[in-house]
Design a protein around this ligand. Structure first.
Ligand code: SAH
Ligand code: SF4
Length: 411
């Protein structure tokens, strides 16, 4: 499995001031997990352990079903796979998911898992990511991380302050879904109890809005989302998968062509001057280029809109003139606008806009034809908030805790 390294200047250095530092390398464990592999990769591994070509397709189908429909955690339970193949598989591979270091369940049902991934060097502190589940009446949304930390440093984002950065593998991204389904008991039972219809899955939607910039870990995000969307496995349709980007323009058309999921764009400002300060990547890919890539995103229609995220920062980007400019800027793009009340974190220079201001701002957006743009606060008691996903649970004062605004990541 290869992990890509990204975005360097012509001399091969990370771009000064936009991206922080080179990524840490990923070292595969001695016994790799099959979780997150594509069918083709599974086929290669089966070939490697001597499964004859004529059997391989069937074995891949069986493994796919056991792993992604039934949530098998060991090979022994795979009753229709021959004993010999099971033994071979067990001696070379695992079905391991990321280790859960902590689980928190909020009063509103939101759950947050702190997951531990192996570090690069022996003895090094393990890498940590967070994954959040948000249940709602008509859906259950899982917010996935794509990197440990983030190479970008948006000035309002806590994740961006994290020093260590590593790309997740596709297996580690899919592994987050596996952990959530394990913990929620969300796998298909072998046989539903008599008279019981097959129930809807608890994890019905995915958003790539946790730690990291998914379009800077493009191949792994793409491969993981293909596994998640596979109708014979996890089966979450691409319309229910949203990838959020801070604006990695060259990879936006690739996301459309190679993933085909819904797109969310972290806009946050209506002028380059301000966006350069909030999202430094804007210096490389300014608003005009970003919106150009959005306009060209395949399959856009009123039923398939791009979500524009706009974090509400007091006296920074929340004037009513900003709201009007936002509406003008997005004219002609099938768009949804999510106003996200800023989640404060210790040491931040920003404050969340006053609620009244958010309401006035949102009214302008609403009058321009965009429905219910403010995200509902969720999971605030466990810090499961956007931009709050910095690992190692921080000790916060009761006041800071109260100030938190954890937002649902779906509209
Ligand atoms: N890197 C990607 C996806 C992860 S961030 C991106 O930036 O889009 C997910 C969302 O949370 C983004 O819209 C991001 O701008 C927003 N966010 C980051 N920090 C935040 C904070 N402190 N309060 C509210 N939203 C925040
Ligand atoms: Fe990275 Fe997104 Fe945070 Fe910016 S907002 S630092 S891109 S995680």
């Amino acid at each position: 499995m290869s992990v890509s390294f990204q975005q360097q200047d012509h001399a091969g250095r990370p771009e000064a001031g936009i991206e922080k530092r080179p990524l840490e390398r990923y070292r595969a464990p001695a016994k790799p997990s099959l979780v997150g592999l594509s069918r083709a990769e599974l086929g290669e591994l089966l070939e490697g352990i001597g499964v004859p070509a004529a059997q391989r397709k069937m074995r891949i189908q069986q493994l796919w079903h056991w792993i992604y429909v039934r949530g098998a955690t060991d090979f022994a339970s795979m009753s229709n796979v021959s004993r010999q193949v099971r033994q071979e598989l067990g001696s070379c591979f695992t079905l391991a998911r990321p280790e859960v270091a902590a689980e928190q369940i909020s009063a509103d049902g939101t759950r947050k898992w702190l997951m531990r991934l192996p570090g690069e060097h022996t003895g090094e502190r393990p890498h940590e990511i967070e994954c959040v589940y948000i249940p709602e009446t008509d859906r259950g949304t899982l917010c996935l991380s794509s990197q440990v930390g983030c190479t970008l440093s948006c000035s309002f984002c806590h994740t961006g302050t994290q020093r260590l950065v590593r790309n997740l593998t596709a297996g580690e991204i899919v592994g987050q879904i596996m952990v959530a389904r394990d913990r929620l008991g969300d796998w298909h039972a072998a046989k539903p109890a008599q008279g019981e219809a097959e129930r809807a899955r608890l994890v019905s939607n995915i958003v790539m809005m946790g730690m990291g910039e998914p379009l800077y870990n493009f191949e792994a995000a793409r491969d993981a989302l293909h596994v998640a969307a596979d109708g014979e496995g996890i089966g979450i349709s691409k319309r229910r998968i949203t990838l959020s980007t801070s604006g990695v323009v060259p990879n936006i058309p690739r996301a459309g062509a190679e993933i085909g999921c819904m797109l969310a764009v972290s806009l946050h400002a209506v002028t380059d001057e301000l966006r350069n300060r909030l999202v430094p990547l804007n210096r490389k890919y300014p608003i005009k280029d970003l919106l150009g890539a959005c306009r060209a995103y395949p399959g856009l229609s009123n039923a398939r809109r791009i979500t524009f995220e706009y974090v509400m920062l007091k006296d920074v980007n929340d004037s009513l003139a900003d709201a009007k400019a936002l509406v003008r800027l997005l004219a002609g793009i099938p768009a949804k606008i999510n106003l996200i009340p800023f989640n404060p974190w210790p040491g931040t220079r920003y404050a969340c806009s006053d609620w009244e201001q958010i309401e006035k701002f949102s009214e302008i957006i609403f009058n321009a034809g965009y429905a219910s743009p403010v995200r509902t606060p969720r999971g605030r008691d466990i810090l499961a908030a956007c931009g709050q996903l910095k690992s190692a649970s921080e000790k916060l004062s009761a006041r800071e805790r109260l100030a938190l605004r954890a937002m649902a990541m779906t509209d």
